[in-house]
Design a protein around this ligand. Structure first.
Ligand code: ZN
Length: 134
């Protein structure tokens, strides 16, 4: 059980075209693809940033978690994701420590990763995703 790296930093975007201009055209990050995750109501757009990536989150509708996030707070930093080995052990350890999680069990996320979120109220105001390759 260990943290391997920062997997990605996720940004809620209301204008993914504008973001593409910044990340790809100006900063020169390689666009590595988009993927819709129906369960989360979001399309993710990934840009490689060395060992990690920037993940732009585009809601599939306003009635989704990211849609409501944009409505309430506007575009901006949404979550940071840590890639781990031993996700299920981390979930047990977090539960034992009384840390609030957004779901009872890990869910399937983009890139065939199993993911679970730590609630911001248990993480200093930061939404933290733990993910593990399946
Ligand atoms: Zn993520």
């Amino acid at each position: 059980m260990r943290i391997k790296k920062v997997s990605h930093i996720a940004v809620a975007a209301s204008d993914t075209q504008q973001a593409k201009v910044l990340y790809q055209d100006i900063l020169g990050l390689n666009f590595s693809g988009s993927e819709s995750v129906e369960q989360e109501g979001v399309t993710t757009h990934f840009y490689d940033a060395g060992e990690s990536s920037i993940e732009l989150l585009e809601p599939l509708s306003v009635e989704t978690p990211v849609g409501r996030f944009l409505e309430k707070r506007g575009p901006g930093l949404h979550h940071i994701a840590l890639e781990v080995e031993g996700l299920d052990d981390y979930v047990l350890k977090l539960r034992e420590a009384g840390i609030a999680l957004l779901s009872d069990e890990p869910q399937m996320g983009a890139h065939d990763m199993r993911i679970i979120f730590i609630h911001p109220k248990s993480a200093g105001g930061v939404l933290i995703e733990l993910c593990e390759k399946t």
